[in-house]
Design a protein around this ligand. Structure first.
Ligand SMILES: [Fe+2]
Length: 336
């Protein structure tokens, strides 16, 4: 089973118009690329506007992806509280956050993407989280990692928290259904990075601020709890990077740099090739292990590659990582 993991699309009709074009290109590429499932780990919108949710809905619908078999989504902080865009927003944002009805926004998110939640196992009719979606080889566990607004603990509404209540509900579902012999993959918005930033890294100061205001509370405890529940992989976004890391034996994949990655013509996603035999299986492909460049177009059919021209075609895909039993690869695709 081939899964494309993307995140942080930040769609908005007013502030982020260029993100729409990039997202459409990326999702069209994925739809044409023979993927079985697409996972979007939050911040689908920039400002939690109904019009932006409609953009995402229509895009998925047009490509035949607006259903539970093809798409899974989780909520991001921007999908509840939005963001700061203009100078006056800096002043107004705290009041906006205070006046946001958190539970209503979560419920609305569920309604906007209701087709993708169809058939999921949940403990609440109204709250889409936590949910469990069952596939032949694995289950997807969708968790809401967005913390409620707090002047002191969450002043810019971008920190995260996965409530005990959600975890207890999840444990109840897993006790009843058990899902024997299936891999357990968590999808959520916030990252589990340790948070160290190298002084010499570009934008080091901004990175430090970013990490301080984008933290997930109780990461260590959460990782322990995930381990107990048999979770092997966590897919997330929030930090606008595309990378992979391991903590306590769990593999974390970040797709936060899918659209917002500092470049005009590049998009990135995690290409997860789930193979039940746990073997690396890019049939017909040659993978140069040294340079990790996929030289044969087996990940995408020729018809998709033909859409790209010139130089773009030459450097179409770079495979960064692979990891059994899930085979993961961050694909960078350049549009020309
Ligand atoms: Fe975010």
């Amino acid at each position: 089973m081939k899964i494309a993991h993307i995140s942080d699309l930040h769609l908005d009709k007013i502030y982020k118009r260029s993100n729409y074009k990039k997202t459409l290109q990326l999702i069209e590429f994925i739809a044409d690329g023979g993927f079985d499932h697409i996972i979007i780990t939050g911040d689908i919108t920039e400002n939690a506007e109904a019009s932006a949710f409609e953009l995402a809905r229509n895009m998925l619908k047009k490509l035949g992806l607006l259903n539970a078999a093809k798409t899974s989504v989780v909520i991001g902080n921007h999908d509840i509280f939005g963001g700061v865009h203009l100078a006056e927003d800096v002043v107004n944002f705290p009041a906006k956050c205070r006046n946001t009805n958190y539970n209503k926004k979560v419920e609305e998110f569920g309604a906007f993407f209701s087709e993708t939640f169809a058939g999921t196992i949940r403990t609440s009719l109204h709250n889409p989280f936590p949910f469990v979606k069952e596939f032949d080889e694995f289950i997807l566990i969708g968790l809401n990692s967005i913390a409620e607004y707090s002047v002191f603990k969450n002043p810019i509404a971008s920190n995260g928290e996965i409530s005990d209540e959600q975890l207890e509900d999840l444990e109840t579902v897993l006790k009843i259904h058990k899902f024997p012999n299936k891999h357990r993959i968590v999808i959520t918005h916030h990252h589990f990075c340790k948070g160290s930033v190298e002084e010499s890294s570009p934008n080091a100061l901004w990175r430090k601020i970013e990490r301080q205001t984008m933290k997930l509370r109780g990461k260590k405890k959460l990782i322990k709890r995930f381990k107990k529940l048999g979770v092997t992989h966590v897919l997330h976004g929030h930090l606008h990077e595309t990378n992979q890391y391991t903590r306590k034996g769990i593999t974390f994949l970040n797709a936060g740099g899918s659209i917002v990655n500092g470049t005009q013509n590049e998009f990135r996603f995690n290409n997860i090739n789930f193979n039940i035999n746990f073997n690396i299986n890019f049939s017909g492909s040659e993978i140069k292990h040294g340079s990790n460049v996929l030289t044969s177009p087996s990940v995408f059919p020729q018809s998709v590659l033909d859409k790209l021209t010139g130089e773009g075609k030459q450097k179409i895909i770079k495979i960064h990582q692979r990891n059994a039993p899930l085979i993961t690869a961050a694909a960078e695709v350049y549009t020309s």
